[in-house]
Design a protein around this ligand. Structure first.
Ligand code: GLT
Ligand code: MN
Ligand code: MN
Length: 388
């Protein structure tokens, strides 16, 4: 039984923008002072995190001179080295600047699209300087409020061209990034292109180098749309496309809340952690979330501690679930296949088709069967509540 203290090998990471979130919202001003990136590195390392991720401008202010940029990079690298922290992922801010109000890669203005690609090239250079291996594309502004403005086929075509261009840039520079697309259904745009994991998977298949592209799904983004995030992650894993993951907390049907990981819907989060652990996913466990707006800096560190601790507790619960004789017995019964029919369906052959055609099924018996999912779910709930 672990004491749930995070360790480097747990691969927990935080965006600089997460612990650095100042608590601004559409109705209110910041409630916390900006957190210097070097402070974030120091404290997160102390708490047991493996690394930090950043947008280009989280680290280097957008109008910094080359000399300023060099100084910031130098000091940040020293802080990483001093505290044994990594930068496994990097990304571009293609959403804050008013220039991106009609989108970045999908804007109707070709100058904006060109600037967005240039800004991304520079941010890729910066990430590569720190050894980032995953590069995230969150197209927060890639969307519309009115479809009068843009044919969705044009938007998707422009998106594709920009990502193809950047993939070639990556190869020419020898960076070898894995590109991870992060879907979101809406907010800040009325509707965002590539709203779900499934739509991103479909889009990736149309790119010039689909093998370079995968997913960075986020718990809050599927949950706010009422979707089942565990299923989405399962599909990404099945496709070999889970390159990265954003973990946080969210209630369905709300704005993007980005709460502490596990703060909402423990059961779904349990199945999520179990899926990640059972699948042998080796990527980062990235928390893309922030402290409640009520918090001061102490509350921010409580938040960061909580994300990691809850993950580790759920991981221990997953281990218990997999070792629980009653639960495993039920699962074995449920999946029993005395007639070896799973094999029959594994691959088409003339012989299998003939065998299947000749089979008689007792439909009434199939309909009478009870699956005992009530028992199974109650056992899961009791395990989660800590009495098993
Ligand atoms: C922003 C967004 C996140 C994305 C970040 C990466 S930026 O915080 O809400 O979901 O993952 O660009
Ligand atoms: Mn995210
Ligand atoms: Mn979010």
């Amino acid at each position: 039984m672990s004491d749930f203290t995070p360790k480097k090998e747990d691969h927990f990471t935080f965006g600089l923008w997460t612990v650095g979130n100042v608590g601004r919202d559409p109705f209110g001003e910041p409630v916390r002072p900006p957190l210097p990136p070097i402070e974030a590195v120091k404290k997160l390392s102390e708490l047991g995190a493996y690394g930090v991720n950043f947008h280009d401008n989280d680290l280097v202010p957008i109008d910094a001179s080359p000399a300023e940029r060099d100084r910031i990079v130098r000091e940040f690298r020293k802080a990483l080295d001093d505290h044994g922290m990594k930068v496994p992922m990097a990304t571009t801010n293609l959403f804050s600047d008013p220039a991106f109000k009609d989108g970045a890669f999908t804007s109707n203005d070709p100058r904006v699209r060109a600037y967005a690609v240039q800004k991304t090239m520079r941010a890729m250079d910066l990430g590569a300087e720190f050894g980032a291996e995953v590069y995230v594309f969150w197209g927060g502004r890639e969307g519309t409020e009115t479809d009068a403005a843009k044919d969705p086929r044009d938007a998707i075509k422009r998106y594709r061209e920009c990502l193809n261009f950047l993939a070639e840039y990556d190869i020419a520079q020898g960076y070898n990034y894995r590109f991870a697309i992060e879907p979101k259904p809406n907010e800040p745009r009325g509707d965002i292109y590539l709203p779900t994991v499934g739509s991103a998977l479909g889009f990736i298949a149309t790119l010039d180098r689909p093998e370079k592209f995968g997913l960075n799904p986020e718990f809050a983004h599927d949950t706010m749309a009422g979707l089942n995030f565990v299923h989405a992650v399962g599909q990404a894993l099945d496709a070999g496309k889970l390159f990265h993951i954003d973990l946080n907390g969210q209630k369905p049907g709300r704005y993007d809340q980005d709460y502490r990981f596990g703060a909402e819907d423990l059961k779904t989060n349990f199945f999520l952690v179990k899926l990640l652990e059972d699948s042998g996913y080796t990527g980062m466990r990235h928390f893309d979330a922030h402290a409640y707006r009520t918090e001061d800096i102490e509350g921010v560190w409580d938040f960061a501690r909580g994300c990691m601790r809850t993950y580790l507790i759920l991981k221990e619960k997953a281990r218990q679930f997999n070792a629980d004789p009653e639960i495993q017995g039920l699962l074995q019964e449920l999946n029993a296949d005395p007639d070896n029919l799973g094999n029959l369906l594994r691959a088409y052959s003339r012989e299998n088709a003939d065998r299947l055609s000749a089979m008689a099924f007792d439909r009434a018996a199939l309909g009478r069967r009870g699956y005992a999912y009530e028992r199974l779910d109650q056992l899961t709930i009791e395990l989660l509540m800590g009495i098993r």
